[in-house]
Design a protein around this ligand. Sequence first.
Ligand SMILES: Cc1cc2nc3c(=O)[nH]c(=O)nc-3n(C[C@H](O)[C@H](O)[C@H](O)COP(=O)(O)O)c2cc1C
Length: 157
Amino acid sequence: MFTDQPVPGEAINGVLLVANLASSAGNMQVRDFVVVKNEETRRRLMAANHDQHHITDAPVVVCCANMDHTIQCGLRGRNLYCMQNVATLVENMLIFIAASGYGACWIGAFDEKQVADVLELPVHIRPVTIVPIGVPSKDGDKLPRVKIEGLIRYECW
Ligand SMILES: Cc1cc2nc3c(=O)[nH]c(=O)nc-3n(C[C@H](O)[C@H](O)[C@H](O)COP(=O)(O)O)c2cc1C
């Protein structure tokens, strides 16, 4: 998926700046990022990620929800906004990464506890999405989408 060309630190910093522009519930900006470049740490992360190898092929950004502050938004904050806050910034990242000529992938299938242990996250920091960022080895496959007409209802269900 990725070549072994390195990704410069400035490129990752740019991605983080764009992620930080994302909207968030109540503009509380309760999100944190862990950048992992170290190969051994990435190898341990891969083990927590059902052996998804793109994690060892490129530096990764682990996008986290900060539950300490989200709790101020009540149950909806704890159950829903915390995830939406991260989802919206990840989409910002993916669009920016693609527009910059790099490649990325949204990784959501992982053992949360294992990832938290590897990264020594405090209990109020939940890893939500892992985004490896690399130089793509080829153009990604364009996966088809369900036709939009089949998904829309007007006025009511
Ligand atoms: C919530 C979520 C979780 C995902 N988890 C993974 C994952 O663990 N591993 C992976 O390779 N892709 C993962 N993806 C990426 C999807 O598989 C991918 O977006 C989908 O197959 C469509 O491909 P495309 O985005 O290239 O069009 C995830 C995407 C989302 C939105």
